[in-house]
Design a protein around this ligand. Structure first.
Ligand code: ADE
Length: 244
């Protein structure tokens, strides 16, 4: 999988994609991440990437030409393999795990980072395949959102994670949050790890974890809880928990 991040601030993106699991995936040869300087695709002396909005108003709008030329050059480099071309914007669809799984299925992901008052709409309409927001808050630019998307996608690429079984335990894979986790020491400052986890009783541990996932999701994320398909076993666990 190849991920290109197109930005006017490559120095903000570069150190992040050289760390941790992203670095590991690249060393393993299953992932390529390129930070691409949008200004390479300008032709004037000042390397201009923005201009005043037509119709007036505050702020600047990012010009279309550098984005079109960047995407064409990158797709050409990648041999025109199938690509998703994503603009990061607060006006986009809300990013989630399902989208990450979708993006991980194409061999080429191009992330276009917006700035200022936004990107010329023709980029969104005629060049991008997707407009994505990472949440209902406004950031100063699209670099952090692009890194969030790149990270969520990269860890789904086979060979990037050291322990791929952890993918199965992800929050959201089955619509439930993950259970609490503990490690040594079993008691710290008087705070004890739940006894059941020390019991070695695998079936009971699995039941406890399932119950914790149900309780957390119900408590913290009513939006997810509404959509959960409870099994008869789940209903029994919840009933027993309520009876104490
Ligand atoms: N650019 C600024 N804020 C953003 C957000 N929340 N998501 C995606 N891109 C953005």
């Amino acid at each position: 999988m190849r991920i290109d991040i197109v930005t006017i601030f490559p120095e903000m993106v570069e150190p992040v994609v050289r760390c941790s699991m992203l670095a590991r995936g690249q060393q393993a040869g299953v992932l390529q991440i390129h930070t691409v300087d949008l200004r390479q695709f300008t032709h004037d002396r000042h390397r201009t990437t923005d201009d005043a909005p037509f119709g007036g108003g505050a702020g600047m709008v990012m010009k279309p030409e550098p984005f079109f030329e960047a995407v064409e050059a990158l797709r050409e480099q990648a041999g025109w393999v199938p690509a998703r071309i994503v603009v990061t914007t607060p006006q986009g669809r809300l990013f989630n795990q399902r989208m990450a799984v979708e993006f991980a299925q194409v061999p080429h992901l191009i992330l276009l980072c917006g700035h200022y008052e936004g990107i010329d709409e023709r980029v969104c309409q005629y060049l991008a395949t997707d407009e994505v927001s990472i949440g209902d808050y406004v950031l100063t630019g699209g670099e952090l959102p692009a890194l969030v998307i790149a990270d969520a996608v990269a860890r789904l690429v086979p060979g990037v994670l050291g322990n791929p079984e952890s993918l199965q335990q992800d929050s959201f894979v089955d619509g439930l949050l993950a259970p609490p986790q503990y490690t040594r020491p079993a008691e710290y400052r008087g705070y004890r790890v739940p006894d059941v986890l020390l019991s070695g009783h695998h079936a009971q541990i699995a039941r406890w974890r399932r119950l914790q996932r149900l309780l957390r999701t119900r408590e913290r994320r009513p939006d997810l809880w509404q959509k959960v398909q409870l099994t008869p076993e789940d209903l029994k666990l919840l009933r027993e928990a309520e009876e104490g």
